[in-house]
Design a protein around this ligand. Structure first.
Ligand code: NAD
Ligand code: G3P
Length: 391
């Protein structure tokens, strides 16, 4: 077959698959279209807001087209970021050079953004979550449903908590999660990638067509360039998403030291073992299969360790001798590398449980970031306690 025929055949297959998925969506009906909002407008917040706004515009029988995005407003050369986004349809600070849909509306008023929403998508660096959730208490629809796109944990009086569980407890609404191998700039440019959404129907599920279910979530997040698998394992995808950021810091250290790909692969091997162990130990409801079957597992570990912000910040620390916070500030223009906070949260939790020795890589990353332990000690720190090695 000639190359042009093969190309035509591929394009026909793609067209048919898009037609099939559109016709499945037109069969999906809801009583009243859901109103969607996004809390957060950083690099990933704005990207996900773009994704869902494209879908709400395309499926008005399922969703109200307008999507409100809460913006923690700031001045950019004297002009408010909110007004720049709404006039220029671009988030010039956190997602420059990406045109945003006109039905995506930036809103600086948190309560006005979330007050009438049926689906609330959380997408902010997780250190800001408690303050935001406190403000939202009593100011949302009791029937609202939430999805957390955050990667991290909440460590407090209740021990180590998934962020989705924290939202559920604080706001008394069901909350699922979205996590995957998703570097925001690539998704924003509409380069193909996959993601995983996890959601469990709540006890007070109001019925098909009346409430959010897996099909509604697929319709909300799936795009031709962003393929969504919807599962129930909220814990599995959230643990993998949070902890791969700590592993990525470890990869950045060895890469910054100039040790190359083998060293980075070794860190990822040990890291994956510790991620799975952490899940089994503290969240036994998480499924080991999720780590290798879903985008939110190994695939996210690989992409983050290849080109994410955490690995870049750690490399910069290794090369410049700067602290984690200084490196983050210098490289990321207001964005966050969540591994810096997550390794501290993990350390505090494991210390409370007297289990630091069970997670040598996580602990080594913490000691390097917070106690100036030399990066080139990583192999010894890991080797001492690496339970996967045969003596
Ligand atoms: N960027 C990515 O590639 C990516 C991909 C997948 C998941 N994630 C996860 O998504 C979550 C959000 O990340 P992001 O990339 O959108 O954020 P970001 O790192 O771009 O952070 C910047 C955002 O933080 C906001 N902010 C700053 N100070 C604040 C304050 N005091 N209160 C509230 N907000 C404040 C800024 O306004 C801006 O919206 C994180 O948990 C991250 O790990 C990120
Ligand atoms: O850029 P990072 O390191 O925050 O990683 C981004 C995403 O979590 C990758 O899926």
């Amino acid at each position: 077959m000639a190359a042009s025929d093969r190309l035509n055949q591929t394009s026909n297959i793609l067209d048919k698959s898009i037609q099939k998925s559109n016709s499945q969506l037109s069969l999906l009906q809801v009583d009243t279209p859901f109103k969607v909002c996004v809390v957060g407008s950083g690099n990933w917040g704005t990207t996900i807001a773009k994704v869902v706004s494209e879908n709400t515009a395309q499926h008005p029988h399922l969703f109200e087209p307008k999507v409100n995005m809460w913006v923690f407003d700031e001045k950019i050369e004297g002009t408010s970021l909110v007004s720049i986004i709404n006039n220029k349809h671009e988030n010039v600070k956190y997602l420059p050079n990406i045109p945003l849909p006109e039905n995506l509306v930036a809103n600086p008023d948190l309560l006005n953004t979330v007050g009438d929403a049926d689906i609330i998508i959380f997408n902010i660096p997780h250190q800001f979550l408690p303050k935001i959730v406190q403000q939202m208490k009593g100011n949302i629809k009791p029937t609202a449903r939430a999805i957390s796109c955050l990667k991290g944990f909440e460590v407090g009086k209740k021990g180590v908590q998934l962020l989705s569980a924290y939202v559920e407890d604080e706001l008394d609404i069901p909350c699922g999660a979205l996590s995957g191998a998703n570097l925001a700039p690539e998704v924003a440019k509409e380069n193909w990638s996959e993601t995983t959404v996890a959601y469990q129907l709540p006890k007070d599920y109001r019925g098909d067509g009346k409430d959010v279910d897996h099909r509604v979530l697929k319709a909300l997040f799936h795009r031709p360039y962003f393929h969504v698998s919807v599962i129930e394992d909220i814990a599995g995808i959230s643990i993998a998403g949070a902890l791969k950021n700590v592993v990525a810091l470890g990869c950045g250290f060895v890469e910054g030291l100039g040790w190359g790909n083998n060293a980075s692969a070794a860190i990822q091997r040990v890291g994956l073992g510790e991620i799975i162990k952490f899940g089994q130990m503290f969240f036994p409801e998480s499924r080991v299969e999720t780590y290798y079957q879903e985008s939110a597992g190994v695939a996210d570990l690989i992409t983050t360790c290849s080109g994410g912000r955490n690995v870049r910040v750690a490399k910069h620390m290794a090369k410049s001798g700067k602290s984690a916070l200084d490196a983050e500030k210098e490289l990321l223009n207001g964005q966050s590398a969540q591994g810096i906070i997550t390794c501290k949260e993990v350390h505090e939790w494991l210390e409370t449980c007297e289990l630091l020795h069970e997670f040598p890589l996580f602990e080594a990353v913490y000691q390097i970031v917070y106690n100036n332990v030399a990066m080139d000690k990583i192999p010894d720190l890991i080797d001492e306690l690496d339970e996967f090695r045969v003596e």
